[in-house]
Design a protein around this ligand. Structure first.
Ligand code: HEM
Length: 75
């Protein structure tokens, strides 16, 4: 997995919508930024999530860079 807490996005522009798309569709091998990765990312990270759940996960991932959820940042 790439670092999801930094401000560097390789699969999308890092917008809420972009992150949501990555999580909804997953990442195929041909789209890997780092070709040494072993496993593709399946849609919803391989879990059986409802659309609302994927949207909630996307909001959380987005917030790690943009928000205040990370205790390690002293927020
Ligand atoms: C709920 C679980 C998961 C979430 C929320 C998630 C989220 C993400 C996001 C947001 C990205 C894009 C990062 C960027 O644009 O910089 C990404 C990329 C990726 N994820 Fe996941 N992911 C999950 C599970 C998994 C699993 C289970 C695997 C593999 C076993 C996986 C493999 C990958 C790979 C290979 C990439 C692309 C790396 C690259 O471009 O080099 N992900 N994931």
């Amino acid at each position: 997995m790439p670092d999801l807490t930094d401000a560097e996005w390789v699969q999308s522009d890092g917008s809420l919508e972009g992150i949501r798309e990555t999580i909804m569709w997953g990442v195929r091998r041909r789209d890997f930024a780092d070709e040494s990765r072993r496993f593709e990312m399946n849609p919803a990270g391989g879990m059986n999530l409802e659309w609302e759940e994927m949207a909630a996960v996307a909001a959380y991932v987005w917030s790690m860079e943009n928000g205040t959820f990370l205790p390690s940042r002293g927020n």
